[in-house]
Design a protein around this ligand. Structure first.
Ligand SMILES: Cc1cc2nc3c(=O)[nH]c(=O)nc-3n(C[C@H](O)[C@H](O)[C@H](O)COP(=O)(O)OP(=O)(O)OC[C@H]3O[C@@H](n4cnc5c(N)ncnc54)[C@H](O)[C@@H]3O)c2cc1C
Ligand code: SF4
Ligand code: SF4
Ligand code: SF4
Length: 560
């Protein structure tokens, strides 16, 4: 096919033009073989610039387009879209970065121009070898599976259902609500926890398109974004259901570290030592009493139990410990409450006033390290140091421990089943801590609430809504799923079936075809990262749009 390449140089206002001799570049590229037209524009990404580009492509009946402008991160997609609108495949386009990589990195105009020219020549050389890749589309299910019926799971399912989608909510316990259903009140506003859960559950069930499975567990998940096949087993009825869903939210929550592992806190050695969840349950039952049936007259609340061992702060413990002081003060007149903490973590808008007000109720705070709980049977002594070598102790009737939050015991099973990594502390790892905090490297699998890491109810709800929003915008009702065209391809004739590529693929996109003994790429899962290409010892793997020839042609011209 005859090639007609259009080359467009952007001045980016003064950003490029001040430090790159655009006219000299124009002259140089105009004479390159197959270059049909070479033009410059002051601001190519402006509406005027895009229209100019569109018209020029059509007017010259171009087959390939090169733009020399800014970083591909900024405008590659912009210009690919313009090409498509003008009737040229967006994959027959190449962008040369002459701003960040040329104009902005040296004050020497001569050097910047020389480098910009090399990059533009390289782009022209490369674009000749581009293929007009076709974007594939697949049918997808818009339905969603949510695993875990705590506050995060309830809210994720609700948000999906509000938008008219079918949501399946699988909870392994006998009822919805997670840990929150065991609390009397929620910090920082001390609103009723049962009201919150009842309201949320009512709202959830009011949506007709929700199916809730309690006492149920997910047995198997196969498939990929848009097409997951899920087996759910309901224990009571010993019944198995198969579901087809397009995306999955993991909201399996947290468990508490077992303080028995940390002997110094005397848990289980003395009846007077409780975990925070045990204390929540006792308080929610209506009375706070010791094993002898009497209310305690003094209580120690020990923060950060297991924080050092785990290596992270559980974020909610300091605030719920303040809440406990309020429970105690409101139920037992005159009770003495002492907090033992090495640090206080009270993030959030209302938390500081929550702390100040709790303190004003006559609650003591001791900044302490090396805390130990001694004694067995009734009554215990908290031993601690306020400074190295400065030991002290306090006898109390009751001790409440605030143990570190740990991931659900099922996190590992799901991580393996779905090929998603576990991060710090064994919680599901997000794709990017800041930029993709509820996504995982496996497309279509999202995480919300304490399954992602310790947090309070508000943050759990925020994540649940974010996960639902992400799903709603990815799997649109009635729309087929467009697949990335720049994906890996494995040559059947070169592949030896060594499986090296499978071990390096971070997205679980490659499997071994047992019959043919070769590796095959699932294009839905492939992100085109190129790991398999670099690792393949036989040269069988290549990523479309980054073929050996394309990259070689580009490099050869840059280095000429
Ligand atoms: C003692 C204590 C007091 C707290 N007080 C407050 C407070 O006052 N205010 C506040 O904002 N935060 C508080 N928190 C934090 C709060 O508990 C969490 O933010 C909240 O529970 C997170 O909700 P979640 O849905 O992510 O997890 P969870 O509440 O842990 O719910 C997870 C659900 O998933 C289910 N599940 C687990 N594995 C599976 C599986 N394999 N299949 C199906 N279902 C599964 C569980 O049974 C559970 O129902 C407190 C925490 C503690 C420990
Ligand atoms: S396309 Fe890029 S280089 Fe050109 S004006 Fe826009 S931002 Fe600047
Ligand atoms: S390009 Fe990356 S994501 Fe795609 S198959 Fe290869 S290693 Fe996996
Ligand atoms: S690494 Fe290469 S040769 Fe080995 S299985 Fe993968 S594609 Fe085939």
């Amino acid at each position: 096919m005859e090639k007609k390449i259009g080359v467009y140089l952007c001045e980016c206002g003064p950003n490029i033009a001040e430090n790159v001799d655009i006219d000299r570049m124009l002259e140089a590229v105009s004479s390159i073989e197959d270059v049909e037209v070479a033009e410059k524009h002051r601001l190519l990404c402006s509406e005027d610039g895009k229209e100019f580009l569109r018209q020029s492509i059509k007017e010259h009946s171009l087959t390939h387009v090169v733009v020399a402008a800014c970083s591909p991160k900024q405008h590659e997609l912009t210009f690919m879209n313009v090409c498509e609108e003008a009737g040229v495949s967006p994959y027959l386009f190449q962008l040369a970065n002459i701003r960040e990589q040329c104009a902005w990195i040296t004050p020497n105009k001569e050097e910047a121009t020389e480098k910009a020219l090399r990059y533009t020549r390289a782009a022209i050389s490369r674009v000749r070898y581009h293929d007009p890749l076709e974007k594939k589309e697949i049918e997808c299910s818009p339905d969603v599976l949510v695993v875990g019926g705590g506050i995060a799971g309830i809210r994720a399912a609700q948000s999906v259902a509000v938008a008219g989608r079918k949501a399946y909510l699988v909870e392994k316990g006998s009822s919805l609500g997670g840990k929150v259903k065991e609390f009397e009140k929620l910090f920082p506003h001390m609103n009723s926890a049962s009201d919150v859960i009842e309201q949320e559950t009512r709202n959830l069930l009011a949506k007709g398109n929700i199916e809730v499975f309690t006492e149920s567990e997910v047995e198997e998940i196969l498939g990929f974004l848009g097409n997951f096949q899920v087996k759910v087993k309901t224990k009571a009825e010993d019944e198995e259901r198969e579901l087809s869903v397009g995306a999955i939210v993991l909201a399996t929550g947290f468990e508490l570290l077992n303080p028995e592992e940390l002997l110094r806190y005397g848990y289980r050695k003395s009846d007077a030592v409780y975990t925070s969840l045990e204390f929540e349950r006792m308080n929610a039952s209506g009375e706070i009493v010791l094993k002898n049936g009497k209310p305690p007259s003094s209580v120690a609340i020990i923060h950060c139990v297991g924080r050092g061992e785990k290596g992270y702060c559980s974020r909610a413990c300091c605030l719920y410990s303040l809440k406990f002081a309020r429970y105690l003060k409101s139920r037992i007149p005159g009770v003495k409450v002492t907090h033992f903490c090495s640090d206080l973590c009270i993030p959030g808008k209302s938390s500081q006033s929550f702390y100040e007000e709790t303190k004003e109720m006559g609650v003591d705070f001791v900044r302490a390290t090396d805390i130990e709980v001694a004694g067995n049977g009734e009554g215990v002594t908290v031993k601690y140091e306020t400074q190295p070598g400065a030991g002290d102790s306090l006898a109390v009737d009751m001790v409440i421990l605030a143990p570190a939050m740990e991931p659900s015991s099922d996190a590992g099973t799901f991580a393996e089943m779905l090929n998603i990594p576990l991060g710090e502390g064994g919680f599901f790892a997000e794709e990017h801590e800041k930029l993709a905090p509820i996504s995982t490297p496996t497309e279509g699998i999202f995480i919300a609430g304490c399954a992602q890491g310790p947090k309070n109810v508000t943050d759990s709800v925020v994540q649940a809504e974010a996960a639902a929003g992400k799903i709603l915008s990815t799997l649109v009702l009635g729309r087929r799923l467009e697949l990335e065209a720049k994906v890996s391809h494995i040559s059947e004739s070169f592949c030896t079936g060594c499986q090296t590529c499978i071990s390096v693929c971070p997205y679980g996109a490659i499997t071994l075809d047992e019959m043919r003994k070769i590796s095959v790429v699932n294009e839905v899962l492939c992100h085109g990262c190129g790991n398999c290409v670099a690792a393949c010892p036989s040269g069988a793997a290549s990523v479309r749009h980054f073929t050996f020839t394309q990259v070689y042609q580009e490099l050869a011209e840059v280095l000429r």
